[in-house]
Ligand binder design. Structure first.
Ligand code: UDP
Ligand code: GLC
Length: 399
C-alpha cells in the first residue's frame, strides 16, 4: 500500500454511506482540504462525495470484512476474525505515522484505530456520534471499544451532552469535549419557502393541504412508522418520508410502505428515497417531524428544519431535547406516541402566529448555536494540541 503524504488530520470511518456522521466528517474534511486525508473501509457514495470535494480519500483494502460484522453481533465474536483485524490495524498504524492526529469517526473505526494507535504509539481522537447505552449496541461490543479507546484515545468529541453522559456511564474515561454538529446555513438562504413549496407540490402532485416531512435514513428507531400512523389521523395532509435504507434496512422500508397501504393513506405518504436537495424539501414543509423512538444522539435534521424556518416537532431525549428545549422553535413530545404527535401537529397547524414565531426563533437559534463555521472553529481548537502549526489555527489565534 502506498503511503499517504504527511497530513495534519487522518480521518478514519468504516462506512461509505451518507449518514449524519459521514456528513459531519465531509464538512470537516472539506474545511481542512489538503491538510487532511480520509481512510474508508469500503466503497460507496461517501467516497464519491469526498472525491468530488477534492478530499484525499482512499479505501483500506481488506477492511470490508470488518464492516460486515454487524454492530449487534458483538465485537468479541468479531475478534475471531483476528487476522483481518490485525492486518487492518497494522495498515492504519502505517498511515497514522504520517499524520499529526488520527480522528476515528465511527465505532468500528475507533476499535481499529485504537489498536493501531497502540501499535504505532500515535495520538488519536474519537468523534463519538452514538449514545452507547442504546439497546442496539451489544454489551460485548461496548466493552471492547471502551477498553481500547480508554487506553489509546487522547480525546473524545461527543456530539451532545447526552452522548457524553452515556459514554461516561459505560466506563469511558478519556477527556470529553461536547461539540454539536454544525450546519451550513447557505443552502437554506438561497431557497424561498414559497418557491420551494410550489416546486415540491408539482413534483409530488400535492394540493393546498398541509404537508409534513420526516427526514433521515430509514431505520426502525428513527420512527417513520410513528409519523405515518399520526398522518392517518388527519383527513387530507400529506407526508414526505425523505431518506433511504442506508445500512441494510430495506425490510423496514417495505414495512413502512405496507403500513401506509394498510392505513389507507398510501396516496398521501410519499417515499422519496435518499435526496440531495434537503434545504429545498425542508423549506416546503409546514412542519418538520423528528420521530426517533430512542434518544437521538444529536439530530442534524432538527437543526436543518430550524435553518429552513419551519417549526419542528421532535421526540424528547438525547440531542433533540438539547437542541429544542428553551428555543421556542418547536415542540417536544413523548417518543413512539402517534396520538401525541397528531395532537402536537394540530396545535401548531391551528395557530399561524405560533408557526411564524417558531420559524423565526428556529432560524435565529440554529444560526447562533449551530452555524457550520463556528462549530468548525471549535473542532480546530479541540485538535490544536496536535495540529497547532496549521494555518487555520494560526489565523484563528491571531484573529
Ligand atoms: N439526509 C440527506 N438526504 C436524505 C435524508 C437525510 O442528505 O434523503 C441528511 C440530513 O439532511 C441530515 C443527515 O442526513 O444532515 C441525517 O443526520 P441526522 O443526524 O439527523 O441522523 P443520522 O442519520 O445521522 O442518525
Ligand atoms: C449519528 C447520530 C445522529 C447524529 C449524527 C451526527 O448518526 O445517530 O443523531 O446527529 O451521528 O453526529
Amino acid at each position: 500500500m502506498k503511503d499517504l503524504p504527511g497530513v495534519d488530520v487522518l480521518f478514519v470511518n468504516h462506512a461509505a454511506q451518507m449518514g449524519g456522521a459521514e456528513l459531519s466528517l465531509l464538512d470537516h474534511a472539506r474545511h481542512l482540504g489538503n491538510s487532511c486525508s480520509v481512510l474508508l473501509f469500503t466503497d460507496g457514495p461517501f467516497l464519491k462525495e469526498l472525491r468530488q470535494s477534492g478530499v484525499n480519500v482512499s479505501i483500506l483494502g481488506g477492511a470490508a470484512r470488518v464492516v460486515a460484522l454487524a454492530r449487534t453481533t458483538g465485537m468479541l465474536r468479531g475478534l475471531r476474525t483476528a487476522g483481518t483485524i490485525a492486518t487492518t490495524a497494522v495498515a492504519i498504524a502505517r498511515r497514522m505515522r504520517s499524520a499529526k492526529i488520527t480522528y476515528a469517526n465511527s465505532q468500528k473505526a475507533a476499535v481499529l484505530t485504537a489498536l493501531a494507535a497502540l501499535v504505532a504509539r500515535r495520538p488519536m481522537v474519537w468523534h463519538l456520534h452514538d449514545i452507547m447505552t442504546a439497546p442496539d449496541f451489544s454489551a460485548a461490543n461496548r466493552r471492547v471499544v471502551i477498553a481500547l479507546t480508554n487506553r489509546a484515545a487522547q480525546l473524545v468529541i461527543a456530539n451532545s451532552e447526552a452522548t457524553a453522559a452515556a459514554y461516561r456511564a459505560v466506563g469511558g474515561r478519556c477527556p470529553v469535549t461536547v461539540i454539536p454538529n454544525g450546519i451550513d446555513p447557505a443552502p437554506f438562504e438561497h431557497v424561498s419557502r414559497q418557491d420551494a413549496r410550489a416546486s415540491v407540490a408539482a413534483e409530488f402532485g400535492l394540493s393546498a393541504a398541509p404537508v409534513y416531512g420526516v427526514f433521515g435514513r430509514i431505520c426502525g428507531w428513527k420512527g417513520q412508522a410513528v409519523a405515518i400512523t399520526a398522518l392517518a389521523k388527519s383527513a387530507e395532509a400529506h407526508l414526505l418520508v425523505v431518506g433511504g435504507p442506508l445500512f441494510g434496512e430495506e425490510a423496514q422500508d417495505a414495512t413502512l410502505r405496507d403500513l401506509a397501504a394498510r392505513l389507507g393513506i398510501a396516496d398521501r405518504v410519499h417515499f422519496c428515497g435518499f435526496r440531495q436537495d434537503i434545504a429545498r424539501l425542508m423549506s416546503a414543509m409546514d412542519v418538520v417531524l423528528h420521530c426517533s423512538t430512542e434518544p437521538e444522539p444529536f439530530g442534524r435534521v432538527i437543526v436543518e428544519g430550524m435553518m429552513a424556518g419551519v417549526p419542528v416537532i421532535a421526540t424528547h431525549g438525547g440531542g433533540a431535547s438539547e437542541i429544542i428545549a428553551g428555543s421556542g422553535a418547536g415542540l417536544l413530545i413523548a417518543p413512539g406516541d402517534p396520538q401525541a404527535l397528531a395532537e402536537a401537529i394540530g396545535s401548531v397547524m391551528r395557530d399561524p402566529a405560533l408557526r411564524a414565531d417558531m420559524a423565526a426563533r428556529g432560524r435565529a437559534h440554529a444560526r447562533r448555536d449551530y452555524a457550520l463555521a463556528s462549530v468548525q472553529r471549535r473542532v480546530d481548537v479541540a485538535l490544536a494540541p496536535w495540529t497547532s502549526a496549521h494555518p487555520i489555527m494560526a489565523g484563528h489565534a491571531a484573529g
